[in-house]
Write a protein that binds this ligand. Structure first.
Ligand SMILES: [Zn+2]
Length: 321
């Protein structure tokens, strides 16, 4: 609580340190002051206030002040360090605003910095130390700022699974991530078009195709084993065409282990799909402005495992053929 309080205090949207804690927090911190409840004027039976004030106070020994709560100095130091970093980031944000630049993501200049920011945000999430996605005190100002435009530094192509929320997973506030979600994280034409819009018009620096453990869409495709799924679900099979055939099956592995291999392979293959289907993305990758990479999110640990795309053997050759 103290830690959150510190962060909330130091992370004001204008980069200023707010000296006073929020009222509800202050109430918790203050020592309890014994005070007689004043009678309501609507209750005639009660003695009048003046009389009550004049009444002799029974003599008693003064109540000892409660001992101050023990402070975990390590956590406090960590919270202070984070708050300091955040205050500095907020100051930069304000400077950018003063120059009438786009509000967020502007400090990230290339794919390496974008990836580093995602890794760092995921580390905070895994450790239970989210910062950027916790700054509720900034919400109104941030919304106003973002009406001027957006500059999301990363595109996340991920699954619709309710257990994934990329803003939490990478600890990023509004305006930082451009997200495309489809069960099985298989981008269709509109999905690829959305990626193109983000990298071409919004300046996103990295495209992460994020699969996850225990993916129901992949499991359904694997279990159907070629037999058509009902309704429109067949389209998952079409989008993952070739996945089962290209995932090596080890006779010693369990079904769960095999599913993990499928999930990784699918993330790699779908990242390749983005490249194969988009000349715009391929061009930006070739000149080093954008990086496309697959990744898998672990539901249990919260950790994102970043993977690499295999190096293309020949120009134009795709991995999923
Ligand atoms: Zn899924």
């Amino acid at each position: 609580m103290l830690e959150l309080l510190l962060i909330a205090c130091l992370a004001s949207p204008v980069g200023m340190v707010i000296e006073e804690p929020p009222k509800h927090e202050a109430a918790k911190v203050e020592h309890p002051k014994p005070e007689k409840k004043r009678p309501s004027v609507a209750v005639p039976e009660e003695p009048p206030t003046a009389k009550e004030k004049a009444a002799p106070v029974p003599k008693s020994t003064p109540k000892p002040k409660p001992a101050p709560p023990a402070i975990d100095t390590k956590r406090l130091a960590e919270a202070e360090a984070r708050a300091k970093r955040l205050t500095s980031e907020n100051a930069k944000l304000q400077e950018a605003l003063a120059r009438k630049e786009l509000p967020t993501g502007g400090e990230i200049r290339n794919p390496a910095e974008a990836l580093a920011e995602l890794r760092e945000g995921n580390r905070r999430f895994v450790e239970g130390h989210r910062i950027r996605s916790l700054l509720a005190s900034q919400d109104p100002d941030l919304r106003q700022t973002l009406t001027k435009g957006q500059a999301p530094f990363a595109v996340i192509v991920t699954c619709s699974d309710s257990r994934l929320m990329d803003n939490y997973i990478f600890d990023q506030e509004l305006g930082r991530l451009f997200t495309i979600r489809e069960a099985g994280n298989c981008p269709d034409t509109q999905g690829v078009a959305s990626v193109e819009y983000a990298v071409e018009h919004l300046g996103s620096k990295v495209v992460v195709v994020l699969g996850h453990t225990a993916c129901g869409a992949i499991k359904a495709v694997a279990e159907a084993n070629g037999k058509p799924l009902p309704g429109n679900l067949w389209s998952f099979q079409a989008a993952m065409s070739g996945l089962l055939e290209t995932t090596h099956e080890d006779p010693n592995e369990t079904a769960a282990e095999h599913l993990r291999h499928l999930e990784r392979n699918n993330a790699v293959r779908q990242a390749q799909v983005v490249l194969d289907r988009s000349e715009i993305v391929r061009h930006l990758v070739s000149i080093g402005k954008v990086k496309v990479l697959p990744a898998v999110y672990d539901l249990a640990t919260g950790q994102v495992l970043f993977l690499e795309l295999p190096k293309p053997a020949k120009a134009g050759e795709s991995a999923h053929h």
